[in-house]
Design a protein around this ligand. Structure first.
Ligand SMILES: C[S@@+](CC[C@H](N)C(=O)[O-])C[C@H]1O[C@@H](n2cnc3c(N)ncnc32)[C@H](O)[C@@H]1O
Length: 293
């Protein structure tokens, strides 16, 4: 009996390890730097810092999220921006300061973010008055469409024309399956030359960085060419280059990996959650500060 139990748990461990190793070995994010995006970090920021929740002003001070965001917005000079996760609206306020874009921004009301149904990595639970407070205070309300919906359920084309968004920021719930959901939800609204940024994505996988990084890896598994912007916690995807080719062998192996995952774990969200959980187990000891779930 003991032998049978030992055998079963070894097999389970072997399957888990194979699922994780295939995922980790094939879908880590390639890294790009500012040079490759034809950008130079010359200017001094910040502009509006009230309630800012972005490095280096909040979180890891060695990361340059805020200045890279502003550089990218200025370079792209978008007519339409879409942000998932408004928070207090500091990023929207800064975008409105550096370009003339119309901004659509989505944030669920606190009462709609009941923790267990709406993910666990939620930075703020805000009231209607708190959401977007900073961009309103700075006089940008007339350029912003505030959408009070959960990204889980949103049909973005109810709000925005297809293929019209030129710059998008995914910064709502950071659970890995939400990051995947959020990108797929906004996909029909993206223009052919859009830039998409995924916040809290960093290959150190330290603390809260693990979730969005695993979500972006899953998007690579689906064929989307998400990369990591060095010295920041941004994942980045350029629509003009949004997919990449798998070798035939990788295509077949990836299909088998997906079928096994979905069969064992019922659906895509559960499969992503399991991969997130496997990350904690199998990366333990290899990375500093790795969290367990
Ligand atoms: C990190 S904050 C956004 C910060 C903002 N982008 C900025 O830079 O100022 C994330 C926001 O997403 C919201 N949020 C979390 N889960 C969400 C969901 N499923 N749908 C919509 N909003 C969500 C939270 O209420 C929170 O205000």
């Amino acid at each position: 009996m003991k032998m049978a139990t030992f055998g079963l748990s070894s097999i389970k461990r072997l399957i888990q390890k194979s699922i994780w190793n295939f995922f980790w070995d094939n879908f880590q994010l390639p890294q790009v730097d500012l040079d490759e995006l034809c950008l130079t970090n010359t200017q001094e920021y910040p502009l509006i810092t009230e309630q800012i929740c972005m490095p280096p002003y909040a979180g890891d001070a060695s990361l340059k999220d805020f200045s890279f965001l502003i550089l990218l917005v200025k370079k792209r000079n978008p007519a339409i921006v879409l942000e998932l996760g408004t928070g207090y609206g500091t990023t929207v306020a800064n975008i409105c300061t550096v370009c003339d874009a119309k901004v659509y921004t989505v944030n669920a009301l606190a009462e709609n973010l009941a923790e267990h149904t709406e993910g666990s990595r939620i930075t703020y639970m805000l009231t209607k008055d708190e959401i977007g407070y900073v961009y309103r205070k700075n006089g940008y309300a007339d350029r912003v469409v505030q959408i009070f919906e959960s990204t889980r359920n949103i049909n973005i084309l109810d709000w925005i024309e297809p293929k019209s968004v030129e710059f998008a920021i995914i910064d709502a719930c950071h659970d890995a399956e939400f990051v995947v959901n959020d990108f797929l939800k906004i996909l029909p609204s993206l223009s052919d030359d859009a830039i998409v940024l995924f916040h809290d994505t960093n290959p150190s996988l330290k603390g809260h960085f693990v979730d969005s990084y695993i979500g972006c890896m899953y998007l690579r598994k689906l064929g989307y060419n998400v990369k990591y912007l060095k010295e920041s916690s941004w994942g980045i995807l350029l629509s003009e280059n949004s997919t990449y080719r798998f070798s035939t062998l990788l295509k077949v192996k990836n299909a088998v990996h997906t079928v096994i995952g979905i069969l064992l774990f019922r659906n895509r969200d559960k499969f992503i959650q399991i991969i997130r959980w496997l990350a904690s187990g199998f990366m333990q000891g290899k990375l500093d500060h790795m969290e367990t779930v």
